[in-house]
Design a binder for this molecule. Sequence first.
Ligand SMILES: [Zn+2]
Length: 292
Amino acid sequence: MIRISRGAEPTTLTRAATTRLSVAAERFNLHGAPSDELKRKLTGYNARSTKQALFLAQKQKCAWCERLTDFSSAPVEHYRPKDGAWRNLPHEPRKVDGGHYWWLSWTWSNLLFSCMRCNDQAHKANYFPLKSGTVAASPPAAPLSVPPPVPISAVSGEQPLLLDPAGGLDPLDHIEWRPTKMSFDRRDWTWTPLGLTVEGSATVAILKLDELADRLQGHVRTRLLPSIEEVEAHVAKRRRPAARQRWKKLLENNLVPEAEFSAFTWYALGHLVREDYRILHGLAALERPGAR
Ligand SMILES: [Zn+2]
């Protein structure tokens, strides 16, 4: 996961939010939340223009796992779930706040482009636990005026456990990838996500990022190691400028926002090509991927 910058809100979403929020508020006033009547009105946030804007801002990758993701089959996902928030972690008993966060269904800062895996019921689903000892934003009380005030209920005071890749934090400070089985050939190292903070650990658990281990081992074998071996061959034959050039190209191809698994790659390269070797041979430092 890397830091994402969404860019400007599509005007079609702004327009849809105004009208759809009013309709939802009417349903809320009549039936409350959670209710099927309200839930049925929480649609229209995934118009093509909205999804396209997220898809391009995220460089065609899932916000959570950074896999290159097909546009047509993937969903627009809500950071704060639109029809009830699960306040527990996956290994804990389910604890549902049913009244949250329907009013953010069309809020640009709450939308992300996701792959099917990460968005499904076995992964992100409706998980939205908060830090221990902190409280959730108050859900709105009926009756709401129509059109409703904006924001209906501010959530900025909440301290979520799930990392928000577009929330300004750098996910690299929260989730690290480490190799295990390092006594084996580096082709056969397996890679494990490790939470560096409570937010990182919760995010790894919710998204089950450890399931990506096989994909990432394949990424190392087919994408990173062939290039690293070229760099090393240049170094061994004392072709320093060529080694530096090849290394630079490797970074340009794999640590840019467009590159698949760039957060993982940043950590993996640090283990595969150690810092003392890089310094000794004048290879460029590893720059963090993700939006500035
Ligand atoms: Zn994903």
